[in-house]
Write a protein that binds this ligand. Sequence first.
Ligand SMILES: [Zn+2]
Ligand SMILES: [Zn+2]
Length: 80
Amino acid sequence: MTTCQQCGGQGKITCEKCGGTGKVQITEVETVSDVSHTSNTITCPKCDGERWQLCHRCYGSGDVHDNETSDVFDPEGRDT
Ligand SMILES: [Zn+2]
Ligand SMILES: [Zn+2]
């Protein structure tokens, strides 16, 4: 096991949809009288306002198996 490079061992990463704000801005295109569109800030539907999402690489554990990281050098070597 080795520390997950994706999240740095935290098991969670900043939500990519809201960028860690927990909120996203949506634009409702709606033509009502002279107003053509309105912007609304809503709770991020991806992280549900938590600002984080579960790391998709280690699934929240913060550790990954060595053979799952391609950039890790294996000190034991593999002589056959
Ligand atoms: Zn989010
Ligand atoms: Zn991770």
